[in-house]
Design a protein around this ligand. Structure first.
Ligand code: XIL
Length: 576
């Protein structure tokens, strides 16, 4: 196989040491002669003017590549499968990868890739004209294959275009070869998380699984993979104090016992919130339908905080004291750069803003040993109005001496997120002297049937985890639920396990990131380089999701990269 300059997921997977991947080269075209023609098939007409010819590498190297000139829509290169069956190709392997070169004459950068075996789609997304990057250089393309089961012996691939010219080489399939045996500690998340300075945890839907039995499939999945848990619902005020003065800790205690049996930490969620509030306080969380006075409501709040924190003293290491106190409309930050707009909940309406100050102050008095969090959604990415408002609010509370010690980012997200904006958002909080956590992470796909969306989901999980790992003030990476079917956003399959507790790609990408981080101890590990590479003083630097970070960096400047994991010379490099 010929090494290309650009790498993506596929190359990344190949660098992962223990979990690894295996790759099968299907066509490198070296056994053809320059000038040989490869058949092309137009799926709607019998004949086609499109041509695929073997040529030399257009960048001047001596290897052979396939040169394609498309003249009609739906016309793909037709290649023999050489004895491989469709189910071997797409069942044992999951990624189709190849190197692509587009000449500078290509000005349309939005192109649609298709691959088929016989008449079944290996990769096809109707109307997906994706950005193909720059011309005049080789890059690697990777697509998650559908699994296909037919008897055809022909494999088709190419771009759906009437006027595209491209060169293609090293068509290969990759098996992520991800094994997951829950009884093998090294294949669990927890094994790797424990070597990293972060908790990887999940919300437990105590209502939908048996937390008293560690061998029940879901419970086993939780205790073997995570280092921290939070109750998805069972510690919220509506369940904990269903009528005034009557506390019910039954289900919360079951979860705490599960955690104790398995040496896990517990975070508490939540003490003061407008939602899932007992109706004896307010029917909808906004109206003061029992006409409480400010003093009465303050006492109700204080009694609740005191009752819950005393019960869980020594058992729960941190609590979301106030949840979702910001309004969705934060246009105020445009006119008032330090402004924020609080939600007009019953707490705010009756007590005023000081309900926040009181809640944290009392919580701190009842249990000074735990970390007290504020928690909110939609405040995850720097630049969004609500993110700015959140920062302003936390700054205000800290400046008033209020014991807000942790800032929770719920992170209910969708695929295609910008992890850099998240990183820029959380970085600034360390100056306020608080820790941060991703408290309720889930990442929904747009189309549950589109396999490539699950690859994006995996990349997004991994990118956020890498942000969390490299920012020391980020303490917990909490996923909001266990299996997709029981997720509160089940329409978007946003979690890392399928309903039968089998792991999704996102599970493996998280495990890879943890493993990589745990392996990258200490100082800069300088790359081993070949003589040929050594003679080029400049290198391309990729992040560990395969995205280019720095083009043609002077080799002597590698040490100056900001801390993190990179791929340089196809090897993982840790800069600390
Ligand atoms: C959700 C639960 O996941 C659901 O089961 C429940 O019906 C509603 O609440 N922000 C929060 C969480 O802080 O408590 C919410 O959890 C999701 C949004």
């Amino acid at each position: 196989m010929i090494t290309r300059k650009s790498i993506t997921i596929a190359a990344l997977v190949l660098t992962a040491p223990a979990i690894g991947a295996s790759e099968k080269m299907l066509f490198d075209f070296e056994n053809y002669k320059v000038g040989d023609e490869i058949a092309m098939r137009d799926f709607y007409n019998d004949v086609t003017d499109s041509k695929a010819t073997i040529t030399n590498d257009p960048t001047g190297k001596s290897n052979k590549v396939l040169h394609v000139k498309n003249a009609s829509w739906n016309t793909l290169v037709a290649l023999p499968m050489n004895g491989m069956t469709a189910s071997q190709m797409t069942g044992d392997y999951s990624i189709l990868s190849f190197d692509l070169y587009r000449p500078n004459s290509e000005t349309d950068h939005w192109r649609m890739f298709i691959s088929r075996i016989g008449d079944d789609d290996v990769y096809f997304v109707d109307g997906e004209f994706a950005y193909q990057g720059s011309t005049g250089e080789w890059s690697t393309k990777s697509y998650v294959m559908n699994s296909v089961n037919n008897n055809s012996d022909m494999f088709y691939l190419g771009y759906n275009s009437i006027d595209m010219e491209y060169y293609i080489d090293n068509i290969r399939i990759i098996s992520l070869n991800n094994s997951y045996d829950i009884d093998n500690p090294q294949e669990t998340l927890r094994y790797h998380a424990e070597k990293c300075d972060i908790n990887v945890g999940c919300a437990v839907p105590v209502w939908s699984m048996n937390v008293d039995n560690d061998s029940e499939a879901k419970t086993k999945t939780v205790v073997k993979n995570f280092t921290m848990v939070v109750a998805e619902n069972e510690m919220k005020p509506a369940y904990v104090q269903p009528s005034q003065g009557n506390f019910d800790f039954y289900h919360g205690d079951r979860l705490v016992k599960m955690a104790e049996r398995n040496g896990m930490e517990v975070r508490g969620h939540t003490l003061v919130w407008h939602s899932q509030i007992p109706s004896w306080i307010s029917a909808d969380g906004y109206k003061n339908d029992h006409n409480y006075t400010k003093e009465q409501l303050l006492k109700i709040m204080k009694d609740h905080i005191t009752g819950v924190l005393n019960h869980y003293k020594g058992k729960i290491v941190e609590w979301d004291v106030v949840n979702e106190c910001l309004d969705d409309d934060q246009s105020i930050v445009r006119s008032k750069p330090n402004g924020y707009n609080l939600r007009k909940s019953v707490w705010y309406n009756v007590i005023g803003e000081e309900y926040l100050d009181s809640a944290f102050t009392w919580a701190h008095r009842v249990d000074p040993d735990i970390t007290l969090y504020i928690n909110d959604y939609g405040a995850d990415f720097k630049g969004d109005a609500k993110s700015e408002a959140y920062f302003n609010l936390v700054k205000r509370l800290r400046n008033s001496g209020i014991p807000v010690q942790g800032v929770g980012f719920q992170c209910h997200l969708n695929i295609g997120l910008d992890a850099t904006k998240f990183e820029n958002n959380i970085k600034r909080y360390s100056a306020l002297g608080v820790v941060c956590s991703l408290t309720e992470l889930d990442i929904a796909v747009n189309d549950k049937n589109n396999q490539s969306h699950y690859l994006s989901q995996a990349n997004d999980y991994k990118a956020l985890l890498n942000v969390a790992l490299r920012n020391e003030h980020v303490k917990n990476f909490m996923i909001w639920g266990v299996t997709d079917d029981k997720s509160w956003r089940s329409d978007g399959n946003p979690l890392i396990f399928n309903k039968d507790c089998t792991p999704k790609q996102a599970f493996f990408s998280i495990r890879d990131a943890l493993e990589d981080w745990a392996a990258s101890t200490g100082d800069v590990i300088l790359p081993e380089i070949t003589q040929e590479q050594f003679e080029t003083p400049y290198v391309d630097v990729y992040d560990i999701s395969g995205r280019i970070v720095r083009k043609q960096l002077d080799r002597t400047q590698i040490n100056t990269l900001s801390p993190g994991l990179y791929i340089i010379d196809r090897k993982k490099i840790a800069i600390r």
